[in-house]
Design a protein around this ligand. Structure first.
Ligand code: PLP
Length: 347
């Protein structure tokens, strides 16, 4: 047994990205620090993907760095960031946004299916005690969400309108933006800058890269000097082409879209199996590449004893089953069969 449902980052690099890495590495020498032709291509590919020819595009080590650097670029130390309580920045980054901003705080809301609402934004920005409270500056939205749900372009536009109304900028954690775009079958622009997003952390690693997330700032002025922040944070890779060649190929080959469509389809297949077997409630709409399910502890144990890995996410029984770009139909079917027989044994 070699595949798991713990995370989409349990998968390796996709063939397109790996081939580009090997090609870039075979070039005799290339300029350092991103002044090379692969990085130029990767930037162009990201701008093309987003239909944003003037966007500032940089590449950093991972998603935590992209989020923390982006938020530090937008916030002063006395600011606050509006986010969902389940967001990666709130729960999975060891306080990096606070550390990188030099003091900014998160103000969180805990709506259903890991989604923020315009009312949350109104509520979290209203009142306060002037100079005695942090000053809200950014709304951070995760697309697709930490619960595998997807904001529609309309929902995003309403969030952005509420943000603008409160004088806030909009940051998007797009670690799984590809899965949202695959679900909506819409251009990436429709759920980013056209929906009011100012700064995007664009994910590639969970979608088939080995390293490197993109930091995209749509407004040229807002993007000014961010390269110093990146360098100071230790995120300017000197052999940048080894990060950006796979990025360029991931997008140019269409794999960025295709990998996400595949991962979503596998989650859909898994959800259908689970619905059919009965007894395991699905906790959030399955719109991206995750299936959130309520599995009794004894059943979880039995499935894990068969060698499968997956995370328990909330309480003792809500589990996340995550599909990756390379999850096979066979893995999904085998997992479902093992889950079904574990339920039978436990009841
Ligand atoms: C995986 C993930 C990230 C990035 O995590 P790193 O491990 O720092 O690369 C960011 N946001 C979300 C929602 C994620 O799922």
């Amino acid at each position: 047994m070699h595949q798991h449902f713990a995370s989409d980052n349990n998968a390796g690099m996709c063939p397109e990205a790996l081939a580009a890495l090997v090609e870039a590495n075979a070039q005799p020498h290339a300029p350092a620090y991103g002044d090379d032709s692969w990085t130029e291509r990767a930037r162009a590919a990201v701008r093309n993907l987003l239909e944003a020819p003037d966007a500032t595009v940089h590449f950093v080590f991972n998603g935590t760095a992209a989020n923390a650097i982006a938020l530090a670029h937008l916030c002063r130390p006395y600011n606050s960031i509006i986010a969902h309580a389940s967001s990666h920045i709130a729960t999975d980054e060891a306080g990096a946004p606070g550390y990188f901003t030099g003091g900014a705080w998160l103000r969180v809301a805990d709506g259903e299916h890991a989604k923020l609402t315009p009312i949350d934004i109104e509520r979290l920005t209203a009142g306060g005690r002037g100079v005695h409270s942090t000053r809200p500056r950014v709304v951070s939205i995760t697309q697709s969400t930490e619960h595998g749900t997807v904001y529609t372009p309309d929902e995003l536009a309403k969030l952005a309108a509420a943000a603008r109304n409160a004088g806030l900028l909009v940051h998007m954690d797009g670690a799984r933006l590809a899965n949202a775009v695959a679900h909506l079958a819409c251009p990436a622009a429709d759920v980013t800058w056209k929906a009011g997003v100012d700064v995007l952390c664009l994910g590639g690693v969970k979608n088939g890269l080995g390293v490197g997330e993109a930091l995209v700032i749509f407004d040229g002025q807002l993007g000014a000097e961010v390269e110093w922040r990146i360098k100071q944070a230790g995120h300017l890779n000197s052999k940048m082409r080894l990060v950006t060649a796979p990025w360029a190929r991931l997008i140019e080959s269409g794999a960025w879209h295709a990998n996400a469509r595949h991962a979503n389809a596998m989650a859909g297949r898994l959800a259908r199996h689970i619905t059919e077997m009965g007894g395991i409630p699905i906790m959030s709409p399955v719109e991206a590449n995750a299936v959130f399910v309520d599995i009794p502890v004894a059943v979880q144990r039995a499935v894990r004893e068969r060698g499968w890995r997956f995370y328990t996410f909330a309480g003792e029984t809500v589990c996340r089953l995550m599909c990756a770009w390379d999850t096979t139909v066979e893995s999904v079917d085998m997992f479902a069969a093992d889950l079904k027989s574990a339920i039978v044994l436990a009841t």
